[in-house]
Design a protein around this ligand. Structure first.
Ligand code: MG
Length: 249
């Protein structure tokens, strides 16, 4: 873990890694159906990644057994794909990372299976909005706390809580670099953002309480109160002006 400022050339490679991540997430979102096993989504991710000539950031990371994290309903992050069958009305967080020419891209989306409840729809919209608020705050000269608090305010003003025990992170040649990026904080505090910093910003937002529980599989993180959770993430680069989203098409 160290904080690394990237050159324009390195960011150009990260843009390619990011596009690969966005492409795979788009395919996964379009193929998700009720009746599917979550491991089928992992199979698709493996296949698409191979087609695009990149490698998984997640598989084998601290022993993680899959290419994709699939977290359903009250699961927040790090769900292991398996035999669970997706049901109409589920919300599914897909977190995916790829390495291309030595650089990582990392992004996540929460997608509904078929028709979902209005409460779930509002949660998903608020989490995506919180991510956009965080990205908008990631200007050169701003501080990390400005990003964190933008996310927190967006989510909490809508009646939700932000997960505190897991954070966003710097990203580059390592999937997790400095700094950690909490989804809560204080304006004007923390590291000053500079051009060439590449960050994975990732609000995890719960309908209920922010507290989390890790399952017996040692990976799957769920809300302690069983409430629904959503997760959105982009890898971005701090520029001279507005941040550039690298994990987009
Ligand atoms: Mg991440």
């Amino acid at each position: 873990m160290s904080l690394v400022i990237k050159s324009d050339k390195e960011i150009a490679v990260m843009r390619q890694a990011g596009r690969i991540v966005a492409t795979v997430l788009r395919v996964l979102s379009s193929k998700m159906r009720a009746g599917m096993k979550t491991e089928e989504l992992d199979d698709i991710a493996v296949r698409e990644l191979k087609k695009l000539g990149a490698k998984s950031s997640f598989k084998g990371y601290r022993g993680f057994p899959a290419t994709l994290c699939v977290s359903v309903n009250d699961e927040i992050v790090h769900g292991i794909p398996g035999k669970r069958i997706l049901q109409e009305g589920d919300i599914v967080s897909l977190d995916f990372g790829a390495i291309f020419q030595g650089f990582h891209g990392d992004a996540a989306v929460t997608v509904g299976v078929g028709k979902i409840s209005p409460q779930a729809e509002r949660l998903i919209a608020a989490t995506e909005g919180a991510l956009q608020a965080g990205i908008a705050a990631a200007c050169p000269g701003a501080r990390l706390g400005d990003v964190s608090v933008a996310i927190q305010r967006y989510a909490e003003s809508r009646g939700y809580s932000v997960v505190r025990e897991y954070t966003g992170h710097g990203i580059g040649r390592e999937m997790h670099e400095e700094p950690q990026i909490p989804n809560f904080g204080l304006p004007g505090q923390g590291l000053v953002l500079k051009k060439g910093m590449t960050l994975a910003i990732e609000p995890m937002v719960n309908i209920g309480d922010w507290r989390t529980t890790v399952a017996d599989d040692h990976w799957t993180v769920s809300t302690s109160d069983g409430s629904l959770s959503a997760h959105f993430e982009h890898t971005i680069a701090v520029t001279d002006a507005e941040a550039e989203v690298l994990t987009s098409l």
